[in-house]
Design a protein around this ligand. Sequence first.
Ligand code: UD1
Length: 418
Amino acid sequence: MSKYVIEGGNKLTGEVMVHGAKNSVLPILAATLLTDTSTIHNCPSLSDVDAAFNILSNLGCRIVREDDSVTVETEALSSCTIPEHLMREMRSSIVFLGAVVARCGKAKISMPGGCELGPRPIDLHLSALEKLGVTIEEEHGYLNCTVEDKLRGATISLPFPSVGATENIMLAACTAEGETVIHNPAREPEIVDLANFLQRAGARIHIGENGTIYIQGVQKLHPTEHTVIPDRIAAATYLCCAAITGGEVLLKKVIPQHLTSVFPILEEAGCRIRHTGGGIYLQGPERPRPLRTVRTMPYPGFPTDAQSPMMALSCIASGTSVFVENIFESRYKHAYELTRMGARIHLEGRVAVVEGVSRLHGTRVVCTDLRGGAALCCAALAAQGRSEITKINHIERGYQDFDKNLRSLGAIMEKVRE
Ligand code: UD1
């Protein structure tokens, strides 16, 4: 296991190229099961992506990677089971369920348990798939899914716009008989990216003005190529890292429209942001100003995944900031670690009140989850002295070359084998 050692205090300056979106590429890799072969460009190198490759290989697919392009050939598919060890490697593997059922007419998948973010229910996924004609039985920790005759289109209204459930429905519905309509679906850019991939592969899928998704089932999807969108959460993280050090950064290969809920919060903190032809330029403040209330919401609201790096920034603000986490109930574990660095954070259920301190101090902290781990690095970059950040395997699930990129901006940071 490796750790990061960060000597805080250097202003980050320079350019960063944002990698392909983890949350796009995972459902798109699942979607490759609906085609005989597909090539995906701008595929990031992440351990979660490796976990998805492991699932595809285990199902019998052939994967060829050349730089950031990946070809998945599914003709030799020989299994429809996702075993427990692969499910444990990545909870969001549940997004393979819709695709496997669509491709094989059945699926056996280990029940995902809880995760770092608390219980991670899949009730919305399962009830939607049942509506499309999947029979689901639970047996010895596995979900046995079968389709009697054919998947059939249905009208599904999601009580909450779950990203994963929306993706699973989309994947199962593309080759179902008849029309599927998803009311109140997730509207994240990654959903649009998945829809674009499916469309390119011949799916008849249309997203209406109000977000409603219409899918007219087709017999089969055909081979295709697709370029994954840039990772808006990695982008937001690098912006927070530059901001907390009072530095200046130019993010390249980024879609500014995907970050419209993040920019106003950074501006409230005193950052100057400009959209240049080449990307997004941010200049951090001498000291961040406090944030009135940051409420995490489904897209286009402020993303829950950017809550923790933004909280790191608010730890050294010149006043008190408030966060309200509306998406995941246990998404404040990083707050305890930030406190070890001198932050003053009070938690009350879904609310976190952060009283800014003039300085954080370096210490040994443990990554609690992917984005929480990135937030600890963000805090360490501004802290006085040396921080050791352990369990960075969490960070490597979602950030490609995190330490290398931060070093290229001037961070004093090393990855050390423990
Ligand atoms: C995806 C993202 C994750 C992001 C989250 C919210 C991927 C791989 N992960 O996760 O980074 O933080 O969206 O933007 O894309 N819920 C239920 N029942 C269900 C499904 C979800 O109650 O069947 C609840 C969850 O517990 C959570 C909320 O709905 O409280 C949102 O979850 P969801 O949108 O499904 O997140 P994921 O798809 O798991």
